[in-house]
Design a protein around this ligand. Structure first.
Ligand SMILES: [Zn+2]
Length: 428
């Protein structure tokens, strides 16, 4: 059972913009009331007050999988359905409930073995698709659009968006990029959607001859210098979608600024550092009924931005999605106090030298493993110089550097440029 086009259209036309904060807050309150008094989950309390609900994370969400979802589907059953579909590359993992409803099972491409599983009904897919289209389709809406979408695995969620006006082609990230070029050139997409690193590789590909009107970066942190490179190649701004399995959380407006989708998701801020505006979002999705997402803390670092946007939207702005909480390195001040070193500092240190085209930095205790492209004496010296300067500026204890050659990484592997493998104290 596919989500109906009628439902997608309905969601498309119901999705509106808010220019008044008060109107948005009234909408949110109504949606919260509806969600909290109607959810069908055994895990969550039955209270109309959001504050009565525990703040949970992915670990708790997965531990209570069967009690959280409205159908009592076990994690094991859901996983086996999803894995079977992924192996056969038949992208329609569906679970039949006892009442005959077909629930799509999706896997999140989580790192280090903590994959999430999500359940979505056809109605929820339709709602999501309509909302996504409204937020991302360039105007005029009724023009013909041809979308090229790079994904790790297809799912019913995405193929739902198919109509006479919208052509939709799926490109599998598990295949090599070269193999996709002829098909892309033949499709001539007007909209190109892919993870940042794939957009970057496409931008550098000599045989690519497409001229998309809109480019949308998904699934990974889009770094400013990468954004510029892609924009220069295609001559059009790069937009962003912040979408994870837990929900569609933010999109860029016509002015290229990121706004939280506050009409879809209620977002509480768990402050990491109020001064710099860094927070982890605690999300409550108004529309997920198969598997309610209520007060779910994401392991992501967002940077709040209080400046009003010229687009006039009442949706809160964020200046950036900085990465996962794991991407915050654990440093020490000169006096030995713990110091949270944001990935952004490392990034700036690395890109301040033009010779360094690509980099990856892993913290292993007191050592930083550094992977440079190109990996030469000059780039190593530049990285050393810039990092040394960073410790001095911030008055931190220096790390040891271990330079290693970078290996080719498959496209479907999420790129994390700065990661903490083990914290400061836990390493020889
Ligand atoms: Zn805006």
């Amino acid at each position: 059972m596919k989500p109906s086009k009628w439902q997608i259209l309905k969601s498309f036309f119901h999705t509106r913009n808010y220019t008044e904060r008060a109107a948005l807050e009234a909408h949110q309150q109504k949606q919260l009331d509806r969600l909290l008094t109607n959810h069908n989950s055994r895990f969550y309390p039955h209270s109309a007050k959001l504050q009565d609900y525990p703040v949970i994370n992915k670990r708790i969400f997965m531990q209570h999988f069967a009690d959280i979802n409205a159908y009592g589907i076990s994690e094991k059953d859901a996983l086996s359905v999803a894995l079977k579909a992924e192996e056969s590359r038949d992208f329609s993992p569906v679970f039949q409930t006892t009442s005959g409803k077909e629930i799509t099972v999706g896997l999140s491409s989580g790192t280090s073995g903590n994959r999430g599983i999500f359940l979505v009904s056809p109605e929820e897919s339709a709602l999501w698709a309509g909302y996504m289209l409204k937020r991302m389709l360039p105007r005029p809406y009724l023009a013909r659009h041809s979308i090229a979408f790079f994904l790790r695995a297809n799912s019913n969620l995405y193929t739902a968006v198919k109509s006479p006006l919208i052509r939709f082609e799926f490109y599998d990230l598990l295949e090599a990029l070269d193999a996709h070029i002829p098909r892309l050139n033949a499709q001539k997409p007007t909209i190109l959607i892919a993870p940042a690193q794939v957009l970057q590789q496409l931008a550098q590909h000599p045989d690519l001859a497409i001229h998309p009107k809109k480019i949308i970066s998904v699934a990974e942190v889009l770094e400013p210098q990468v954004k510029t490179r892609i924009e220069q190649r295609f001559g059009t701004p790069v937009h962003q979608i912040y979408q994870c399995t837990e929900g569609f959380l933010a999109h860029t407006c016509a002015h290229g600024n990121l706004h939280l989708n506050e009409d879809m998701v209620y977002i509480e801020k768990d402050w990491i550092d109020r001064e710099s505006g860094r927070f982890a979002p605690i999300i409550t999705d108004f529309n997920r009924k198969s598997q309610p997402v209520i007060r779910y803390r994401l392991d992501d670092v967002l940077i709040a931005n209080d400046a009003p946007c010229p687009c006039g939207s009442a949706f809160a702005r964020i200046s950036a999605i900085e990465g996962r909480c794991d991407d915050i390195l654990d440093a020490r001040t000169a006096n030995g106090e713990p110091y949270a070193l944001y990935a952004d500092f490392i990034r700036r240190a690395m890109i301040s030298d033009d010779l360094i085209q690509e980099y990856r930095v892993e913290q292993h205790g007191k050592a930083l493993h550094i992977f440079l492209t190109p990996d030469t004496e000059q780039t190593r010296a530049a990285a050393t110089r810039n990092l040394d300067r960073l410790w001095q500026t911030l008055q931190l204890r220096p790390f040891n550097y271990i330079f290693q050659p970078e290996q080719t990484r498959p496209l479907h592997q999420k790129r994390r440029r700065v990661t903490k493998i083990s914290p400061y104290g836990e390493n020889p």
